[in-house]
Design a protein around this ligand. Structure first.
Ligand code: BV8
Ligand code: ZN
Length: 252
C-alpha cells in the first residue's frame, strides 16, 4: 500500500530525531490555538474586535489609556490560566527525556513551562507576572480581577505593567542570547505555529540554517520559513507532534 507523503516525511523526521543530540522547538501562537487561545491575529473577537492588537500591545497605548490595556491583559491572563497544554506540548516534554531540548517561544501564555518543558527561552515576555514601568522590578502577586487594574510598584511607586515585550520594545537580552546559543548548537529545529511576521524573532531560524541544522516546518499552511525547511509537516501542532512521538515509540 503506497504510503501517503506525510507518513514518509514523518519517518524521515523521526530518523533525524533518533540521531539528534540537541533539538530546538521554535513556537508561535499556533502552538496554543488548540488550547483555545486564539492566535495573535484572530485574538480580536468580541469587545476587543474594534482594537488593533499592534495598537494595544505598545507602550504608547499603555501611557494613553492604561486601564484599557491592563484590562485586555487581565482577560488574556485569565484565559491563559484557564487553558491546559495539549498533547503537542507533552510530546515536546517526552522528547526531552531522551535528548537535549530547548524551546524558544514567542508566546506569552507560559503553556510550555506548565507542560513541563525545562529549558524555555521566552522572547516576548509573559502574561502572568507584572513589572514596574520605572524600575523594572517584577511583581509576582496576581492582580485581583475585581479591583482597579492599575497597580503600583512596592519599591518605587511606579506603574505596574504586564511583563510583556510590546511592539517597539527590545527583546530581553538574556532570552535572546539563550535562543541564539540554542539555534547555533542544535542539529534539528522544528518551527511550529508561527506566521514569521514579527521581527527580530522571525529572523532567528536563519541562524540554525546557517549553522547546518535540519529544519522542519509544522503548520497547517506554508509560511516564509518554508524556504529554510527541509520538510514541511502540514497540520496542527496538537496532531503532528504526538504523531511524531508515536512513530518514534513504534520503532524504538
Ligand atoms: C523591536 C507580546 C525594536 C505582545 C509580541 C524589523 C526588525 C526589527 C523590528 C521590526 C522590524 N520590522 C518591524 C519591526 C517592529 C516590530 C514588528 O516585527 N512588527 C511586525 C508586525 C512587522 N517588532 C517589534 O516591535 C519588536 N521590537 O523590534 O524593537 C527596537 C530596537 C532597538 C531599540 C528599541 C526597540 C517587538 C516584537 C514583540 C511584540 N510582542 N507579543 C502581546 O502578546 O500582547 S508579538 C506577538 O505577535 C506574539 O507574541 C507573536 O510573536 C506575534 C504573532 O505571531 P505568531 O506567533 O506567528 O502568531 P500569528 O497569529 O501571526 O500566526 C499563527 C500561526 O500559527 C499561523 O502561521 C497559522 O497558520 C499557525 N497555526 C494556526 N493554528 C495552528 C497553527 N500552527 C500549528 N497548529 C495549529 N493548530
Ligand atoms: Zn518600581
Amino acid at each position: 500500500m503506497l504510503e501517503d507523503p506525510q507518513t514518509r516525511e514523518l519517518d524521515r523526521v523521526r530518523t533525524w530525531l533518533d540521531n539528534a543530540k540537541h533539538v530546538v522547538f521554535f513556537t508561535g501562537a499556533g502552538m496554543s490555538a488548540e488550547c483555545g487561545i486564539p492566535t495573535f491575529r484572530e485574538a480580536q473577537t468580541g469587545f476587543w474586535a474594534r482594537f488593533d492588537p499592534m495598537e494595544l500591545a505598545s507602550p504608547e497605548a499603555f501611557k494613553r489609556h492604561p486601564e484599557q490595556v491592563l484590562q485586555w491583559y487581565a482577560e488574556r491572563r485569565a484565559q491563559a490560566l484557564n487553558c491546559a497544554p495539549h498533547a503537542g506540548y507533552r510530546a515536546i516534554v517526552e522528547i526531552e527525556k531522551s535528548r537535549r531540548v530547548t524551546v524558544i517561544t514567542q508566546n506569552v501564555d507560559r503553556l510550555h513551562q506548565r507542560a513541563g518543558s525545562r529549558h524555555v527561552a521566552e522572547l516576548h515576555g509573559n502574561l502572568i507576572t507584572e513589572s514596574c514601568f520605572k524600575c523594572e522590578a517584577v511583581d509576582y502577586s496576581q492582580p485581583n480581577l475585581n479591583a482597579p487594574y492599575q497597580r503600583y510598584c512596592k519599591s518605587c511607586g511606579g506603574q505596574l505593567r504586564p511583563s510583556i515585550v510590546w511592539f517597539g520594545e527590545q527583546l530581553p537580552a538574556e532570552q535572546v542570547l539563550k535562543a541564539e546559543d540554542a539555534l547555533l548548537t542544535c542539529d534539528l529545529l522544528f518551527i511550529v505555529g508561527t506566521s514569521a511576521a514579527v521581527y527580530p524573532a522571525a529572523a532567528m531560524p536563519q541562524l540554525a540554517k546557517d549553522a547546518g541544522a535540519k529544519i522542519v516546518l509544522v503548520n497547517p499552511e506554508r509560511t516564509e520559513h518554508a524556504v529554510l525547511s527541509s520538510v514541511f509537516l502540514q497540520g496542527a501542532a496538537g496532531v503532528v507532534l504526538p504523531a511524531l512521538l508515536d512513530r518514534m515509540n513504534e520503532t524504538a
